[in-house]
Design a protein around this ligand. Structure first.
Ligand code: CAA
Length: 446
């Protein structure tokens, strides 16, 4: 018996993104490191890397993204019941990023304004944002949210050793999601989320290390294997729940793939792995040559063409993945927020292309080193354009500062004498006292 799932819709109603203004242009980076610019632009796919300024950290980015989300939606603190934060760059072994974030927001909204908000800091490398979203979503479906919306924030700084192969995949930023019933941007599908986990040392950052230990090539293998496994589980559940009616040409039921993107080329690698699996499965399912079998049993020329298109992964990539890589190409890796940067990129990119994406299905493919993958899906709502306004990602990329390699290296080493960028309407770190207490300040819109 197929499992039938009905009920209210919940998911992402709006998104706000904060990206630090300083960035390194890939041409400057290539020249400084003696790397071919084509390798960065085509081999990796990166155009710019966002670098946090000397007065920014994961807490200032989280709080600023949260504040922007609240202001944009005219939310008062009493509208919010929970603030969840996902990061792999926590600032303390005990004190969660939530405390710093609430403290900063209360500089704007008043002391105790958010005292009623639950939440915690979640960690599983880059995948924990998907778990934080899922927790808030299931809380709403269970009716345990006291009628209030939740905010899920992902905030991270991807920082690698100078001169290492990971260096050109750096990035930084925070993404805040407003999660509620009847969402404008995306309603998450029920009963289809699928996940896998195993004990791997592909990428990890032991206590005290400022940068990760990276087993680069192995991390690529772990990523594609885990994502392909989770996708297989997602497919099985999508068929069981009748979210998708037939496994034949399953890919055609998916309009967009929002991958975790450590660098843009990763989307292509992961897609190719998934398509290979799909194509082999389809070929194995039929003894007769594919086309004649389909003509006999299916008789639908359009479906046949769709299946044949699968063989051409370039076409699938262009249509279903390419719109999602915009953010990663201009920002770099933002770890936990990356998969949602892909979602924002799809919305902004297709708006610029004047495509109506209401009703389109997006599959999220979230990966965290160590290693685990979660795959789930949702449908774009009719109100997404209203929520996005003039764009979700684009406003975060306005007025950026292209910095020199010398400025970048000073920021990387923590040796910058003063902040590089001028700031308005954001939180900054004023300093850390002798007891390791961090002092933050809000810079007015001005
Ligand atoms: N023109 C065009 N392309 C070129 C080129 C040129 N002149 N020179 C090289 N290339 C291509 C290569 O052919 C290669 O393409 P393919 O991958 O399609 O084969 C690509 O550029 C990369 O070059 P290399 O194979 O030489 O790889 P590298 O030594 O530069 O390392 C990396 C790449 C392993 C991703 C490295 O950047 C790294 O370690 N990054 C950090 C770890 C990472 O991001 N892992 C991803 C999975 S783990 C994860 O997702 C969690 C997370 O967020 C970290």
């Amino acid at each position: 018996m197929p499992l039938k799932i009905r009920g209210m819709n919940a998911g992402i109603d709006d998104i706000a993104i904060f990206i630090p203004k300083p960035y390194v242009h890939y041409m400057d980076f290539a020249a400084a490191r003696g790397i071919s610019p084509e390798k960065l632009e085509k081999g990796i796919g990166v155009k710019a890397m966002a670098i946090p300024d000397s007065d920014e950290d994961t807490a200032t980015m989280a709080a600023t993204a949260c504040l922007r989300l609240m202001k944009k939606n005219n939310l008062s603190p009493k509208d919010i019941g929970r603030i969840e934060i996902a990061t792999e760059c926590g600032l303390d072994q005990s004190k969660a990023l939530n405390s710093y974030t609430i403290g900063m927001l209360e500089q704007v909204y008043g002391k105790w304004a958010l005292a009623h908000c639950g939440g915690r800091e979640s960690k599983f490398a880059c995948v924990s944002g998907s778990w934080a979203l899922r927790d808030c979503w299931t809380e709403i479906l269970a009716g345990e949210n006291n009628g209030k919306a939740s905010i899920v924030v992902m905030s991270d700084i991807a920082k690698y050793d100078i001169g290492s192969p990971g260096e050109y995949t750096q990035g930084a930023g925070a993404v805040a999601l407003l999660v509620k019933e009847s969402p404008r941007i995306i309603s998450l599908d029920r009963g289809v989320a699928s996940w896998v986990i195993s004990d791997d040392y592909d990428f990890y950052r032991p206590h005290g290390h400022k940068t990760p230990v990276v087993n680069g090539k192995y991390s690529l293998d772990c990523y594609v294997e885990q994502v392909a496994r989770a996708f297989a589980g997602f497919k099985r559940k999508a068929l069981e729940t009748r979210l998708v009616r037939t496994g034949l040409n399953f890919i055609s039921a998916i309009d967009y793939f929002a991958f975790h993107l450590p660098f843009p080329k990763m989307g292509r690698k992961a897609l190719e792995r998934i398509l290979a699996e799909e194509y082999v499965e389809e070929k194995m399912a039929f003894e007769a040559p594919l086309i004649s079998y389909l003509r006999e049993t299916h008789g639908d020329e359009r479906a046949i063409k769709e299946i044949l298109k699968l063989k051409n992964s370039e076409a699938v990539f262009r249509q279903k993945v390419e719109p999602s890589v915009l953010g990663c190409a201009h920002v770099g890796n933002i770890y936990t927020g990356s998969v949602f940067l892909s979602l924002a990129s799809i919305i902004d990119n297709e708006r610029l292309e004047r495509k109506d994406i209401a009703g389109k299905r997006i599959v999220f493919l979230s990966y965290g080193s160590g290693s685990s993958a979660v795959v789930y899906s949702g449908v774009i709502g009719k109100g997404h354009a209203d929520a996005a306004g003039k764009g979700i990602l684009m406003p975060a990329l306005e007025n950026r500062n292209r910095i020199s390699i010398e400025q970048y290296e000073a920021l990387h080493k923590g040796e910058a004498k003063a902040p590089v960028a001028e700031k308005r309407g954001q939180f900054v770190l004023e300093g850390v006292d002798g007891n390791e207490r961090r002092n933050y300040r809000f810079i007015e819109y001005g």
